[in-house]
Ligand binder design. Structure first.
Ligand code: TXA
Ligand code: MG
Length: 529
């Protein structure tokens, strides 16, 4: 079949599309939510062709689209006051109402149920086609069943070319996810599918509205869904999608720890500069309408980019976000991963980081000791040690080619430039090692990971820390402690302490400040971890 491509502003084209619909053909039409694959809702044979073109299971009923409220009267058995109130407030728009059906609804539309779904779209082209064809239009989303719904005419063409009579191109859909579906056939009314009209908006009109269990959870095997569409695989690109819950640092850490070739990220606009793998964005974190608008397009684009796995930064499920989260859950086949909680632990040398680390270890945090990592990466024969010797001279090595730490420290802490050289060689290796440890211990039920490292703020590890715990103590206490601990003389102790930033530097960067003057006390913020 040749699929005609018609622009929405081509009035002759619109007339032809209306005629195709009137004569029992299939036309993909723009609506404000997603593109619909339309046929005359009262012509069972025409409607059956929709199922064939989409590969849609026959037991999944369709939405009937109308352009004027009074058309509803012949489609349903009775129009309750609640339906009138909803329509008054939210029609035309992204909301579908389910009511007991009248006898003129063909069995193909209702898929054997005794109810029918009705919507009045606000898109001018959809409205014009309903009016010109003179038919209420049955229209599911115009995608191949199981794929993300189409939000541009190109998406429709990708799925439906050669399978339907025409596609009307009305540009990009404004809402981007399908309509809110609410049934008035239950008491209380129930939200079956969240969308552009929020649960709160429904409650404003109806009072109590239940949220169907299937909105945010996978149905157990054998449970009959209130809406047949909920049991099918949905919105899924070829890639394996996972939703990653956590702050931006935790999300980054998860990705950097696990990623392989072919992995991509779906993140918020503001995250993108920090993502180290190919990514697409889906709007800003606090703007669910924007996320809805971009979601399906992005899911389709990942296929074109050849993504094997997609890690999605979990959006909030408030307001329109409930619709976004509901679609994402299904595209991810309900794979939701809690990114590990990661805190940085730092402070001046001798301030008492180790004491704090021990306290957190007792609370089931996994401690990653930066000092140990720093030692391991410079083991005999390691590439890092070789680079250090090339940079600072072979006299940092003893006769067995082992590092003489004091020799390195003397050189590296002698001036700022050398300190930076040291960091640029050791930090990447330490980061990689820390990530490997986190990855190996993801699933071991730790409350979180603590990266205990002195110079964490100038290392990449800081990007992974959701909060920074900083331990401070007065100069004399620290000096006494490091002399006793490291067996160094006063001069060396002064040098080391003075090579570190001052109190204010740490205070400015701390989320949780532990003042370890004299005796160690656990303050309430630390207690809450
Ligand atoms: O925004 C939309 O609603 C788009 C545009 C084209 O209007 N249409 C759309 O249709 O998303 P579709 O078929 O992809 O999704 C309709 C959903 C399905 O989950 C279906 O199971 C449910 O509505 N549904 C339809 N009639 C129903 C009924 N009588 N009872 C329960 N659920 C019903
Ligand atoms: Mg659909």
């Amino acid at each position: 079949m040749n699929t005609e491509f018609i622009k929405a502003d081509d009035s002759n084209g619109i007339d032809r599309a209306a005629l195709i619909l009137k004569n029992g053909g299939l036309v993909a039409i723009p609506t404000e939510t997603v593109y619909g694959l339309a046929a005359d809702a009262l012509n069972g044979e025409a409607v059956a062709k929709i199922f064939k073109a989409k590969g849609r299971p026959m037991d999944n009923p369709l939405i009937v689209h109308i352009s004027r409220f009074d058309e509803i009267y012949r489609l349903v058995r009775e129009v309750p006051e609640k339906a009138k109130a909803l329509a008054e407030k939210y029609w035309p728009g992204p909301m579908t109402i389910i009511l007991p059906k009248s006898d003129i609804i063909p069995k193909e539309v209702s898929a054997g149920l005794d109810t029918v779904a009705i919507r009045m779209p606000s898109h001018p082209t959809a409205k014009a086609l309903i009016e010109k064809s003179g038919c209420p239009l049955a229209a599911p989303s115009a995608n191949t069943s199981g794929l993300p719904s189409p939000t541009t005419a190109k998406h429709v063409l990708d799925d439906m070319n050669g399978k339907i009579d025409a596609i009307v191109d009305g540009g990009e859909c404004a809402v981007g996810i399908e309509s809110t579906v609410v049934t008035l056939a239950t008491n209380p009314s129930r939200l079956l599918r969240p969308g552009g009209i929020t649960h709160e908006q429904l409650c404003d009109v109806l009072g109590e509205v239940e949220i169907d269990k299937a909105v945010l959870a996978q149905l157990e095997a054998g449970v009959k869904p209130s809406s047949p569409g909920m049991k099918y695989k949905h919105y899924a690109p070829k890639a394996e999608v996972s939703i990653i819950k956590g702050s931006l640092p935790e999300y980054l850490c998860y990705i950097d720890a696990v990623h392989e070739d072919g992995d991509m990220a779906l993140c918020f606009d503001t995250d993108k500069d920090k993502i180290n793998i190919p990514y697409l964005t889906f709007g800003s974190e606090n703007h669910p309408e924007e996320q809805a608008n971009k979601l399906f397009s992005a899911l389709r684009e990942f296929d074109e980019m050849g993504a094997k796995r997609v890690f999605v930064r979990a959006p909030s499920s408030d307001g329109v976000g409930l619709g976004v989260y509901n679609r994402l859950l299904r595209s991810a086949a309900f794979r939701v991963i809690n990114a590990p909680k990661i805190f940085g632990l730092t402070g001046q040398t001798g301030a008492g980081k180790t004491t704090v680390a021990k306290h957190l270890e007792q609370k089931n945090y996994f401690i990653i000791d930066g000092d140990i990592l720093a030692r391991e990466i410079v083991e005999k024969g390691s590439p890092v040690l070789k680079k250090l010797a090339d940079t600072f001279g072979n006299d940092i090595l003893d006769e067995n080619e082992n590092l003489i730490r004091s020799a390195l420290a003397e050189k590296a802490f002698s001036c700022e430039e050398n300190r930076q050289k040291l960091n640029s060689i050791t930090h990447p290796a330490i980061t990689e090692k820390a990530l490997r440890i986190i990855k190996e211990n993801f699933d071991k039920n730790y409350k979180g990971f603590i990266i205990d490292a002195a110079a964490i703020f100038d290392s990449k590890l800081a990007d992974y820390c959701d909060k920074m715990i900083v331990v401070l103590a007065d100069y004399e206490t620290r000096k006494k402690r490091i002399i006793a601990r490291d067996g160094i003389d006063e001069n060396t102790a002064d040098l080391r302490i003075n090579a570190q930033p001052n109190d204010q530097y740490y205070i400015d960067r701390a989320d949780i400040l532990v003042r370890n003057y004299g005796e160690f006390t656990i303050d309430s913020e630390l207690k809450s971890l």
